[in-house]
Design a binder for this molecule. Structure first.
Ligand SMILES: [Fe+2]
Ligand SMILES: [Fe+2]
Length: 399
């Protein structure tokens, strides 16, 4: 190895160049020409020396003879491109080896020169391959910046979705904080069930954001009904049943996938698999899968939490009631999926109790967390409503 380093004033573009040639005289001449042109040069007398030098140094361009001792032909080029794919290579060759040199272009060489090589010819080739590389790198950087911008914008759009949802839902929470905890759990349960049912992560995340809006229409239900501390009569119940249509109306005609999903959930989360639900009596797979998912988790959540007119049911009773709804109220396949993730559902439920009043009005409460967060959060105390002094809403049979 005989490095000939020189940092003279650089012409544009300048580079670090390794000249590889077993002919010391030719090698020194090239190093001098390139150094005089402003490049920083080193020299190697064999492919082995070149590889060793490349291992320890950052080199932009290698100018190598094709006919090196011990490793003739394109093997040195192939070795260099394999280990240092971004390093440029210019081959120089004798007249009889032009075919090999042309073939080298397919193996990653940037250019080739036929001996004897003139100074200006060498500098022209070096300049043109460096300029080409500069453009390639510039385009790569631009593409990376573009991708980063798209990622940032996507993140901002997603945050904007979430914020819109949070603000919509916080209105409901002000009217009925129990509903606040319920709708939060519904989102997290729905994501879990959607994943268990085979939804991909991105769509499952959408339902986590959309499902909390299933009862958005309750904003149009009078307090006398929404907050009635007793069972609803038939007329009141009919009015309560309009919350699906009201919610769908609020959410309709959106171009946003999350809001479109929320709209179909709001409209159909009280439809039954057997067609005996409402508002339209749709049955089976004609009910959007998103709404069938929310139907399962909505009822489960209602049964597993206290209501002003009854305490929460025991786990065996809940299980029995859910199973009674298999194929009548609920999609049997989704119910199976739900049962398979029940331990995680219970963990989410414990982490998000009904009467966590402070938490329901903390903005961070509405920062939709991941299922993993819920799994790792400690279970929260669930104080009785009287201790907080806030009227607890009656959600009746319409959850
Ligand atoms: Fe509902
Ligand atoms: Fe509900």
């Amino acid at each position: 190895m005989h490095p000939c380093l020189n940092n003279s004033t650089a012409e544009i573009p300048s580079a670090t160049i390794l000249v590889v040639d077993d002919d010391a005289q030719s090698c020194e001449l090239w190093v001098r020409w390139l150094t005089d042109a402003g490049h920083t040069c080193a020299a190697a007398a064999s492919a082995a020396e070149a590889m060793a030098y490349l291992h320890d140094h950052q080199i932009d361009l290698v100018c190598t003879d094709v006919n090196l001792p011990e490793t003739p032909g394109l093997r040195p080029l192939q070795q260099i491109k394999k280990i240092h794919p971004d390093t440029l290579v210019i081959l120089h060759t004798a007249v009889g080896e032009v075919a090999t040199a042309i073939a080298s272009l397919n193996d990653g060489a940037s250019s080739y020169l036929v001996k004897p090589v003139l100074r200006d010819e060498l500098l022209f080739h070096v300049r043109s391959v460096l300029e080409r590389q500069r453009l390639i790198l510039e385009r790569r950087r631009y593409t990376q910046q573009l991708e980063e911008t798209v990622r940032e914008q996507t993140h901002l759009i997603r945050k904007a979705h979430e914020e819109t949802i949070h603000r919509l839902l916080s209105v409901l929470a002000f009217r009925d904080y129990e509903t606040g905890a319920h709708i939060r759990r519904t989102g997290l349960f729905s994501e879990l069930l959607a994943r268990a049912a085979g939804w991909d992560a991105s769509r499952a995340e959408q339902i986590r954001m959309a499902a909390p809006m299933h009862d958005l229409g309750k904003i149009g239900i009078a307090d006398a009904i929404l907050r009635k501390p007793g069972k609803l009569n038939a007329k009141e119940f009919e009015i309560m049943k309009t919350h699906m249509l009201l919610g769908a109306q609020i959410l309709e005609k959106s171009d946003t996938p999350v809001l479109q999903l929320a709209q179909e959930i709001a409209l159909s989360h009280h439809e039954w698999w057997n067609g005996r639900g409402y508002p339209h009596g749709v049955s089976g797979r004609a009910i959007p899968e998103s709404a069938r998912i929310v139907a399962v988790v909505d009822v489960y959540d209602s049964l597993s939490h206290d209501r002003i007119y009854r305490p929460a049911f025991s786990s065996p009773d809940i299980l029995s009631m859910m199973l009674d709804g298999r194929g009548t109220h609920f999609d049997a396949d989704l119910l199976e999926c739900f049962l398979s993730v029940l331990p995680d559902i219970q963990a989410i439920s414990q982490a998000n109790p009904d009467h966590d009043f402070q938490r329901a009005f903390d903005p961070s409460f509405w920062t939709i967390s991941t299922l993993e967060t819920c799994r790792t959060e400690p279970a929260r105390e669930n104080p009785p409503p009287q201790a907080i002094g806030i009227p607890v809403a009656h959600i009746a049979a319409v959850g």
